[in-house]
Design a protein around this ligand. Sequence first.
Ligand code: NAD
Length: 504
Amino acid sequence: MTAIETPTTTSEHDTGQVTGPARVPVPDGRLMIGGERREALSGMRLEVDDPATGEVIGTVARGDTADAELAVRSARTAFDQGPWGSMSAPDRSRLLRRLAVLVDEHRDELIDLESLDAGKPVSATRRQDLPAVTDCLEYYAGWPDKLSGDVVPARSDALTYTLREPVGVVVGIVPWNFPLMNATWKIAPALASGCTVVLKPAELTPLSALRLGELALEAGIPPGVLNVVPGLGSEVGAALVSHPDIDKVSFTGSPAVGRQIMRSAAQNVTRVGLELGGKSPNIVFADSDLGAAAAAASSGVFFNAGQVCSAGSRILVQQDVYDEFVELFSRRSRSIKVGDPFDPDTRMGPVISAKQLERVTGYIDSGVRQGAVLHCGGSRLSGKGHFLEPTVFTGVDRTMKIAQEEIFGPVAAILPFTDEEDAVAIANGTSYSLAAAVWTNDLRRSHRMAHRLRAGTVWVNTYGHTDTRLPWGGAGGDSGIGRDLGEAALANYTEAKTVWISLR
Ligand code: NAD
């Protein structure tokens, strides 16, 4: 969605009656602070549009510094004085489980809202996003009564043990590519840990997070425990991350903004977790099942129109099978149905905005300029919306921009390699380290490669899976630091306290 400044709201937006082109009612877009729905103190709003048509589907409050202040105060009070901190762990579990049930009960509404706001095919939102959201809530609902410390037999003259305590107020900042899923990846482990949260959704996709905030209240999660503040990153986002009364920033987004956030958090020595970008290598050895590899590589790079941090945007193919693979891969890619996200047969929707479309076509131009072969695709679809064909470049050299930089669009770069050594050198030769995949039927090679690839996740003979129970994150550089998901995410939101009781 394009976010455009508009002056103050109209009463129409307060009633939640604005309806998008799909059958879903669009939330009224007010901030959620301290359990109350309110306009931004400035009265300003942002327009939200549908990337499939470019049309405005609603507006949301445009939070700024003053609203950030209120939201942090609300989360601070809920943490320091509210019932959340004193609530028993099983009661916290019950509330999170209740939220999972409510999300599931509102599944159809949330699927439509997410597809409308982000231009994601409903087939994908139904199959992937919503099940992942409920699974994440259910999984972390099981954790509160298991966050125990240890009795450590350090001394004979003292009883020494650790408590595992919540860090406090968490600011979650999320991007537009998986709006509800990314929000839940922050909220669920933070709330399970006993933290309170201020969530800032992306300006392009604020709708599902606002609805999640309402459902959290309905589930009985106390006011102030989850606050949702839409607005621009440079305004409310920057104010939140630099606030001295927060305890942790959990950010998912671009490397450039991640760096800014780290600098800003340094002022107050605030804890920071950064889930950033990717330029993931998908490595196909000649001994693999080429048909399976080509099919998975195609969905690996074109899923969500390539707007996936772990998109397999660099496909490395062993020289001996390069031509055969390119043929299989392009046939597959040409058959992807691009179009209306609400058509159940659509497999690829638009990119998120006109600006993103321009960025992606800029990379396509650069690939051509630098001498890669535009094997198929490369053009915008005529008509409304920000649609682009699945695009395949062959003959790509590892130093080209399209082989080095994150495009975040439906563009695949296929590169040849000679042997394992060469594959590792190309794969590890970017500033990113989020994910990688290896296709081979040689068991020993699969393990060797898994050890040598610089990545937070390595898939073997598959591509793109995540699971709530498995940690997710980059291995440094432009892919960031820290882990979402799994037990590992709880380390972001809890800290050990040592208790020393003298026995003398
Ligand atoms: P972005 O960095 O532009 O924006 C992300 C969020 O940060 C938005 O909510 C935005 O409003 C906010 N923001 C912007 N400037 C800010 C500031 N100065 N202070 C505080 N907040 C600010 O990223 P994007 O374009 O929305 O998302 C695309 C990027 O996200 C890609 O690089 C992608 O790889 C990455 N991503 C990573 C993962 C992962 O798990 N590693 C998952 C999804 C997306």
